[in-house]
Design a protein around this ligand. Structure first.
Ligand SMILES: Nc1ncnc2c1ncn2[C@@H]1O[C@H](COP(=O)(O)OP(=O)(O)OP(=O)(O)O)[C@@H](O)[C@H]1O
Length: 293
């Protein structure tokens, strides 16, 4: 068995004259949680569509679990795919739709188990047309987890889901990971990727702007300390700037040291910092640093 789940080598995709994916190469290891992130129009969905076997590349090679994704008969049963929008027929019930997933993917599972994972047991006999937006999204997730596939593609999986549904979705993903499944996620909710991804491929204009672990991506940017200060406060021991909401912001590459300095200063001057926040650089800041010219 290969230890590489996905191997993308010099991938290019053109829509007519428009070069949507440019010379993209990357690998995803088996069992890895890989997040393909990027700016709008960066080429994430186009890349996913090629990996899922829905689209042919213009050039380059793609292997998924050691196979060509275009070889649908052998590749499809091992891939769980949650698209941005599914094509469930509005006239089918939830139960009928989930059964259909079984025949389309040629995986087997128990209906009750899948209904339980996506919390649609009470809606089993409801027609798809009568589901709410979040319930439809949970039914989409059923297509990905049905039969516990070795590889899961999740395209914006939590859009429109309430917090309980999001937690339940990530619990189900965690269970699959514990069993060794590989996860490929695209999302614009960067904190979800920051919390979970082993590695991130950050796309911009058809190619990687950066690739690496969260700490590799955020390493060059400063951490941030935020707090409010009473106007009467004595001079700060740190260089900072006041923001429009009145908060002070300190950017630092020495988070622990500067935080210690600030807390000692507050203690010595009997100053309360009730809304103090301190944390490492967030992926949001990495995105903001992308040159959009
Ligand atoms: N069928 C198509 N024909 C022509 N151009 C297309 C087609 N599909 C996508 N594109 C263009 O290719 C580029 C990449 O699109 P893609 O959907 O892959 O981006 P994305 O990274 O998923 O973006 P988003 O975050 O906005 O969903 C975009 O500029 C888009 O306009």
């Amino acid at each position: 068995m290969t230890s590489t789940a996905i191997d993308v080598d010099h991938l290019n995709l053109k829509y007519g004259d428009f070069h949507a994916v440019r010379d993209l190469s990357f690998q995803v290891r088996q069992g890895e949680f890989y997040a393909l992130l990027g700016t709008n129009g960066a080429g994430k969905t186009s890349t996913l569509e090629i990996l899922e076997g829905h689209r042919n590349p213009t050039s380059g090679t793609v292997r998924v679990l050691g196979k060509s994704p275009r070889d649908r008969a052998s590749a499809r049963p091992e891939m769980g795919i949650m698209l941005q929008e599914s094509g469930f027929s509005p006239d089918l019930t939830v139960k009928e739709s989930i059964r259909l997933i079984g025949s389309l993917t040629r995986r087997t599972d128990r209906l009750e188990r899948v209904l339980g994972i996506v919390d649609l047991t009470r809606k089993a006999d409801t027609k798809v047309s009568q589901l709410s937006g979040g319930e439809k999204r949970r039914l989409d997730f059923a297509t990905a987890v049905y039969g516990s596939p070795r590889l899961l593609f999740l395209d914006e999986p939590t859009t429109g889901l309430d917090i309980q549904s999001r937690d339940a979705l990530w619990d189900a993903v965690d269970n699959l990971r514990e069993d060794g499944s590989t996860i490929v996620l695209t999302t614009h909710y960067l904190e979800e990727a920051q919390q979970r991804a082993d590695r991130i491929g950050l796309m911009h204009r058809g190619t990687f702007h950066q690739e690496g672990t969260v700490s590799e991506l955020t390493r060059t940017l400063p951490a941030v300390i935020r707090f409010s200060l009473p106007v009467s406060a004595p001079a700060l021991p740190l260089r900072g700037r006041r923001e429009h909401d009145g908060k002070f912001v300190v950017e630092t590459h020495r988070l622990q040291k500067d935080l210690h300095l600030l807390l000692c200063w507050a203690q010595d001057n009997a100053i309360e910092l009730p809304d103090l926040e301190a944390g490492p650089t967030r992926l949001d800041d990495v995105f903001r640093a992308i040159d959009n010219d």
